[in-house]
Unconditional design. Structure first.
Length: 276
């Protein structure tokens, strides 16, 4: 089971609560990493000192009263009354079953996350980018190119209006895929030569990929192959990582006068979208 230390509870604008703290024993995070949990659905009161929080994401967190953030103890104890609280023998039986199922899930996810190239080899029938995802986060990314498998490091670009996720092959310049995690998975760049995107959803809810013509549902615990023809979009404002193409170089062919004219008539909304 996951453990939170130096924890407290915070309240959302609509009256739901979630926990802050440093996590230990997580299947994809390092011990001691500071996290926010998802919304707490249930609290199991195992004793006066021990609690188990069940969150919306399906995780179980073990917490001890002695590990509560002392500076926020009063407000945290008050917020403990907001979620549904369970105690007693019936609670113990239910929690035991949930714990066994959760530990089995964590073991399965750990094997996937710790062996991404092997998982990609098992499930990719063509070249492309294999994304192991939980909710809208890329946990691991593997590129298959000409029967060669290489792990890529996802990164987050902090935009002026919205953050985006970048999966770029910075070593060999063979892939550049970018998307907005905006409730849906909204791609805004898919580089030349990248034939397919495989989404391996290890989360407990569906991921919706926003295609150009239709949305594609990637269900929990499933792998969905998405071909390049599912997306057709504009080039980047700045040169991409594969062949250096961008919207200005393609449209203007290096003509400075036309570039200035194009910049003059671009709307602020278009500039903001291209820069984000």
């Amino acid at each position: 089971m996951l453990t939170l230390k130096n924890w407290d509870l915070l309240e959302t604008i609509d009256g739901m609560v979630y926990a802050n703290g440093t996590v230990f024993g997580h299947y994809r995070l390092q011990d001691g990493e500071f996290i926010h949990t998802s919304i707490i659905k249930k609290i199991y009161r195992c004793s006066e000192e021990k609690y188990v929080f069940e969150t919306k994401s399906g995780n179980l967190y073990c917490l001890y009263k002695g590990d509560m953030n002392p500076q926020r103890m009063d407000i945290t104890e008050e917020r403990m009354k907001i979620p549904e609280v369970f105690a007693g023998k019936e609670m113990e039986q239910s929690l035991t079953l949930k714990t066994e199922m959760f530990e089995a899930k964590c073991l399965k996810l750990s094997k996937i996350i710790n062996n991404p190239q092997a998982i990609a080899k098992e499930n990719m029938d063509e070249d492309g980018l294999y994304l192991i995802m939980e909710h809208l986060n890329v946990v691991k990314a593997v590129l298959r190119k000409r029967e060669c498998f290489r792990e890529l490091q996802p990164s987050v670009h902090v935009g002026m209006f919205q953050d985006s996720v970048l999966i770029i092959d910075r070593q060999n310049a063979e892939a550049d895929f970018r998307y907005f995690p905006n409730h849906l998975m909204v791609p805004y760049f898919w580089s030349d030569g990248l034939a397919n995107i495989y989404i391996h959803n290890i989360g407990n809810c569906s991921i919706i990929f926003k295609g150009t013509k239709e949305n594609i549902e990637c269900k929990s615990d499933k792998i969905v192959k998405i071909g390049k023809d599912a997306y057709s979009g504009e080039e980047l404002f700045s040169p991409d990582a594969v062949n250096g193409k961008c919207i200005l170089s393609n449209e203007l062919h290096g003509d400075v006068n036309k570039m200035e004219e194009r910049m003059t008539f671009m709307s602020q909304e278009e500039i903001n979208r291209l820069l984000s």
